[in-house]
Design a protein. Sequence first.
Length: 235
Amino acid sequence: MSEAVRVENLRRAFGSTVAVADASWSAAAGAITCVLGPNGAGKTTVMECLGGLQRPDDGRARVLGTDPWRAPAAHRARVGVMLQDGGLPQSATPRRLLTHLSRLVAGPTRTAELMERLDLDGRAGRPIRRLSGGEKQRVALVAALLHRPEVALLDEPSAGLDPHARREVWRLLRQVADDGAAVVVTTHSFDEAERIGDRVVILHRGRVAADAPTAELAQGTGLEARYFALTEEQA
């Protein structure tokens, strides 16, 4: 599988607080890479650097071989981004928002298919501010995937979802990866990372504690036990 995302010696600090420290890892096309860690581990900061929303202080972030911070519109059209705070316009309805986004895309989209699959059709006419947290998550996920991106950067896409919706999102992400996209998912759920991740990157206090195939990290004791063993070594 070809490399689609690379983080190389990346560092990002906010004053005296170091969010990401010398982190290096990569993600392949056709696979799901789970970036696992607790709140404050640096996951969202890395994703925003990959999405071109933050500029690293040092090191490099590359998506499809391009620096996201300087990326042209043609590059951004190849990438789907879902942030932890979806930034959805609260007065718009899902139907109006997603129809608008679809019109900005050159070529066919999968908006109708995704709305049906994620059970949004019955809520498509409500203002986004009146949706539940899980419903807003699903709208943001459709917005990130409707144009069939080559790279999907998804910050905790299953947060706030009920078990049924979470499983459907997992199935959808597997399909997206099987269709050839590089899917990068941040999570603090051991179960999620173990179930859907082809590879797991463990972030701890802004540093990479592990980067390996999921089966290798989870072998024997399971991913949760392995995580705590690795992070306690670096405490």
